[in-house]
Design a binder for this molecule. Structure first.
Ligand SMILES: C[S@@+](CC[C@H](N)C(=O)[O-])C[C@H]1O[C@@H](n2cnc3c(N)ncnc32)[C@H](O)[C@@H]1O
Length: 280
């Protein structure tokens, strides 16, 4: 796209993307979100959950939709530091395999798993969602929490995920959503946020629907829960706003971004997708 509503950037290679995620992982692990690298969910304005509790709540909503049973095998696409995988394994009794293009994610996730009693049911490995190292129909369900926004070709990733799912199984996707095109100053805020988070473009509703369809995944639920997660952006800025690394610090751009995150979060065009799809 060449007009003002474009929020596309140079597509990072997997290696560059992985390096970037190493940096984000380091920041998120043990911080205000205690390893969850995703938004929080609040039921209402009166909900006084902390950011940390609210991020776990989003994971729990994903687990509810997966409705997995003990002994089933689930795939976590873009597993971060493993906190969601461990929480869902604990809640469901299922086995979970998590993948990420960040080596540091995988190291931290393995360490996290080793500190629990779930290490025999949860494993993590370096892999790209667009080339999964699993046989066809390996999994009884899958989820992707905020990984689609990092993947340039969502159709390729979803087709690959669909390949690894057994027919009839469920995929849950949650991600930042660009509800409608942005222009002018709003487009610049979106552009800066995408750059800081290494997102080639924010997923859009029509694009997600088409990608799911092409991948052989039947859309069952498409909820925009943007108003339930919006508090995250200010909370994140509050948690990290005082940190000011120098310009040559590898985290400089990320921390810089926290200053405009509240403005990003206040944009009415920014929603949050909570999707449930079924492998046909
Ligand atoms: C915002 S973090 C979310 C982490 C985790 N799902 C969570 O909720 O805590 C995005 C994750 O997607 C991973 N990711 C990005 N591109 C990927 C790709 N092409 N294949 C697999 N994982 C990818 C990153 O390494 C990172 O773990």
């Amino acid at each position: 796209m060449t007009n003002d509503s474009s929020v596309h950037h140079t597509v990072p290679s997997s290696l560059e993307d992985g390096r970037h995620h190493d940096e984000q992982t380091e920041i998120a692990d043990g911080a205000a979100v205690d390893g969850n690298i995703h938004v929080g969910y609040w039921d209402s304005a009166a909900d006084d959950r902390s950011l940390n509790q609210a991020t776990d709540r989003l994971t729990d909503l994903v687990a509810e939709r997966l409705a997995a049973t003990p002994g089933q095998h689930l795939l976590d696409v873009g597993c971060g530091t493993g906190r969601p995988a461990l929480r869902i394994a604990q809640a469901t009794g299922a086995r979970v395999s998590g993948i990420s293009v960040s080596d540091q994610d995988i190291d931290l996730a393995r360490t996290r798993a080793d500190a629990t009693s779930l290490a025999d049911r949860v494993d993590f490995q370096y892999a790209d969602a667009c080339a999964l190292p699993f046989e066809a129909a390996s999994f009884d369900g899958a989820w992707a929490i905020e990984s689609m926004m990092h993947i340039p070709d969502r159709t390729i990733a979803l087709t690959e995920i669909a390949r690894t799912l057994r027919p009839g199984s469920t995929l849950v996707i949650t991600d930042v959503l660009l509800r409608s095109p942005v222009t002018g100053h709003s487009a610049e805020i979106v552009r800066q946020t995408c750059r800081a988070f290494q997102s080639p473009s924010l997923p859009e509703p029509g694009e997600l629907r088409t990608a799911l369809d092409r991948a052989g995944l039947q859309l069952v639920v498409f909820n925009d829960i943007g108003e339930h997660v919006r508090r995250t952006y200010q909370a994140f800025a509050d948690a990290f706003g005082d940190v000011a690394p120098s310009a040559d610090d590898p985290h400089h751009e990320f921390f810089n971004s926290t200053r405009f995150l509240p403005r990003f979060g206040a944009l009415p065009q920014i929603g949050y997708a909570f999707l449930v799809a079924r492998r046909t």
